[in-house]
Structures are given as structure tokens and as C-alpha cells.
Design a protein around this ligand. Sequence first.
Ligand code: GDP
Ligand code: IMO
Ligand code: MG
Length: 494
Amino acid sequence: MAVDVLLGLQWGDEGKGKIVDVMAPRYQVVARFQGGPNAGHTLEFNGIKHVLHQIPSGIFHENIQNLIGNGVVLDPIVFKTEIGKLEKFSIDFSKNLFISKKTQLIAPTHKLLDAAYEKAKGANKIGSTLRGIGPAYQDKIGRHGLRVGDIITGSFQEKYSQLVAQHKTILDFYQMEYDLPQVEKEFMEAIEFLKGFNIVDSEYFINEAIRKNKKILAEGAQGSLLDVDFGSYPFVTSSNTMTAGACTGLGIAPKHVGKVFGIFKAYCTRVGSGPFPTEQFNEDGELIRKRGNEFGSTTGRPRRCGWIDLPALRYAIMLNGVTELLMMKADVLDSFEEIKVCTHYKLADGTLTDRIPYDMNAEAFEPVYTSLKGWNKDLTGVTKLSAFPVELNQYIAYLEKELHVPITVISVGPDRIQTIERKAKSSNKAKPAAKAKSSTVASKKSTSKKTKPVVKKSAVAKPAKKVKTTAAKKTKPVVAKKSAKKPATKKLAR
Ligand code: GDP
Ligand code: IMO
Ligand code: MG
């Protein structure tokens, strides 16, 4: 059986935790393949809100095996706390939770190093969650990392001491002050605690599951634009957050990858530093933050908010091979008269492109927007497709047309039940979505006739060598005149 992959297409916090929890009953194994406690995946059901950092989001389902893969970096202290918070749910971890021997460990000094590197960067800091992620991956690649399997061999203490000695040299270089003994005690207690869990040869575990035709869902963390290779480098995390990362982070061959579910918000957010072309430093951004409760699940930091960015989404869809799109937090846009969509970027010489610049920070470009009419209706109580306002259907249809992948889930609130499915055509392959037939389990009524978007004004920018416009410094949309047609991409700068 194929391994389906679910991942974020933006800068994280798209709602992965919620959707994995919703989809989990269709699977027998849920596996995290990268990241670590920098992730905060929120689940809500039966009036309970829960945030998971390292434990896969299938953990609340009795018959699902949850695997922490080799691609993950695990902080045992955070793990112990997470398990403690799950105690009240009477989960049988001996049956439901497995950890790869090859998962890398985050030591207390990794967190100190994270802080040291960020401090040294000054104004150019990444805005890391400071959970030790970067330094732990550095040690993995540097070939002196500590792995979970080490804790059950005799060599752990020796390896640990060697690593800490190295770290201390670096910390001294950065003139960091620290007090290790207390946190080391906590770390060693957490290591002992970790020994009580299923520590497995995860590559065999997962391939055995594939061989037995078990249904497997790989749960991504962070988002595609935070990918260490393809994200907005250097303002990224330190792992491959994309479909390819599921292969290396779990030990599955690419031929086993099945569906790729790409999650995105109906708008866009980012937490931490780095470029964010469609960020809104105005009341629109404020309203999105307020209505979307856009504060980090891990650090509590306010998230930066802005409009949806189609060039960035197209890029993420291309790199991940997304077969189905899931649009989250549609309800957050409920009160907007007008919804803006960035269709292209305008370069300094006036040409339009839908390519992501090599260095978003250094290259001058501006987002070009089109506007669609908002639905101005509370969606949070909507349970079926047939109750969608016409403007929401138009927004969905517009995005499908532009992204060429069907949107099969619309989320209208944080709870499990606030999730509405649209049936994709039987084929997994990406299709121009204007042709996708929409239906739910509750309502089979087709909405495909509503696929033509009402693009407010004549909005989509026609590619022009020099579009004369005083293009708004990140806040004001650049709406070029005439032509609601899709720009002829051939003419666009590549
Ligand atoms: P993840 O990191 O991708 O799992 O996402 P987070 O949990 O960090 O952030 C998503 C936030 O949005 C959480 O607080 C969720 O409870 C919430 N959420 C998820 N889906 C929806 C939705 O459709 N509407 C609203 N209003 N909130 C949602
Ligand atoms: P989930 O899985 C949003 C961001 C940080 C910072 C950058 C590097 O909940 O979507 P790191 O701690 O890896 O050194 O941080 O990446 N970041 C996230 N932003 N959601 C996340 O995870 C994130 N994990 C890391 O804010 O900008
Ligand atoms: Mg999150």
C-alpha cells in the first residue's frame, strides 16, 4: 500500500495537526518524518484543544501506530512533558507509539548553541524557535550526533560527553554563560524515561507495514517555504520539509509515495524572520491575526499575516508533487468585503513573473494582486458544501484554476467537525480543477457550475514590459488595468 504524505505548503502552521487527526481513522500508521519540537500541531475535538510538538497527530486514535521517524530530531525533555500532558487521555503508548533508533537527540547544549548562533546573527537572526533544531541537525550532518538507539547501547554516556565537550568549546567562543548541571540532570532523567518506549528499527517497521498493505500517512512539520533547500534560505528550518523528506525521513522508496496532500491557509502567515512578499502591515493583517488567532503554537509569538501567494503555492505544489489541496481557515476571511490574491511578482524592470526569486531578500520585486469578492458570511457553522456562499465557491474555483490541483477539503474552524470534504476525481493526478466535480458525503450536489470566478474589477495584471504603477510597499495591492485573463505565462520572465 502506498504512503500518503501530508504537508504544509506555506511557512508552517497551516493546520497540519488538525487534518492529520481528521484523516487518521483512514490510516493504520501515522509517521512524523522531520522537524522536532519547533513544530506545534494543534488538534481540537470534544471541546479539548491539544498541541503536539513531536508526537504524531494520530495519537488520539486507539488503533493507529504512531511513528517518530529517523528524520526527526527529538528532545527527550519535551517528549517527557508531552507524554505527561497526554496521560489523561489513557493512551496505550506500548501499542500506539514507536520511535526510530535513528532519530537524532536534542541535547541541552543544542538549545544553548541555537541561542548563541541567533545572538551572533544580531539583526539578521532567523527567528528560530530556539528549540535546538539547527544545531542538532548540524551534528547529524557533521556525523557526531546522538541517536535514540545510542541510549540502549553501552556507549551513550561516552558519546554524550564527547559531544558536550565540543559544544562547550563553541559556547565559550561565543562567550555564552550557562549552567548545565540542573538541565543535564533533567535530560538524563528524560533519557531514562525514553527507554521505556518502543525503540525500533523504523525503516524495517515502515517497510513491513507497506508490505502488509497497511495504510500509512506521513505527517510533515513546518512548511515547504521553510525547507532547507528550497525555502526562503537562510530564513528556513534545518530539514527537508517536503515530500522527498518523507522518503529519507522514514526510509521509504519514492515508488511507495501515493497521494500528496498539500495544506494551505486561505491567506498566509509566517512566524520568525525572513521574506514574506504578501505580508500586510495594515488593518487587513491585524484582522487576519485577530480572527485567525495567529499566535505561534510553540512560542506564542504573533504570526505575521498577509494574503495568499500563488507563485509561492505553485512552487510548493511543483516541488512536492501535490495531488490534492486542502484549504484551511476559510472562516478567518468571513468578514472581508474583498479578498486579495497575489498572482505574480513584478520585477524592478516591470516584467511579471510567477517564479520565486533566488534571494527574496536581496531582489527587488513586488506582489501583484487581484481581488475577489468576499462572502461576508459566518462559515463556522457550515457543514456541507451546498451551504457555501457563492463567493466562497468562486474563491475555491479561482484557486483551483490557477493552481491546477483540486481542493478536496475546506476547513471552517479548528474543530475536527468543522471540516468539509469535496470529492476529487478518482485519479490522484493533478487536474485543472475547474473540471473537478465537487461533492460531500452529506451532499452529492455538484457545484462545478459555480467554477467561474468573479474577479472584482479587471484585476489580473497583464504582463507588460513596464507596468506603470506606484506599486504599494507591501500593503497596497498592485492592480494592473484591464485583462481579467490569465496572463500568458510564456511572456513572463522566468
Ligand atoms: P500546524 O502547525 O500546521 O499543525 O498548525 P498550528 O496548529 O500551529 O496552527 C493552526 C491553528 O489554526 C491552530 O490553532 C488550529 O486549531 C487552528 N485551525 C486549524 N484549522 C482551522 C480552521 O479551519 N479555522 C480556524 N479558525 N482555525 C483553524
Ligand atoms: P509547524 O510544524 C511555523 C520557523 C521559525 C523560524 C524558522 C527556523 O507548527 O508548522 P527553527 O526553530 O527550526 O530554527 O526555526 O522556522 N518555524 C516554524 N514556523 N511553524 C512551524 O512548525 C515552525 N517550525 C519552525 O519560526 O522562523
Ligand atoms: Mg504549528
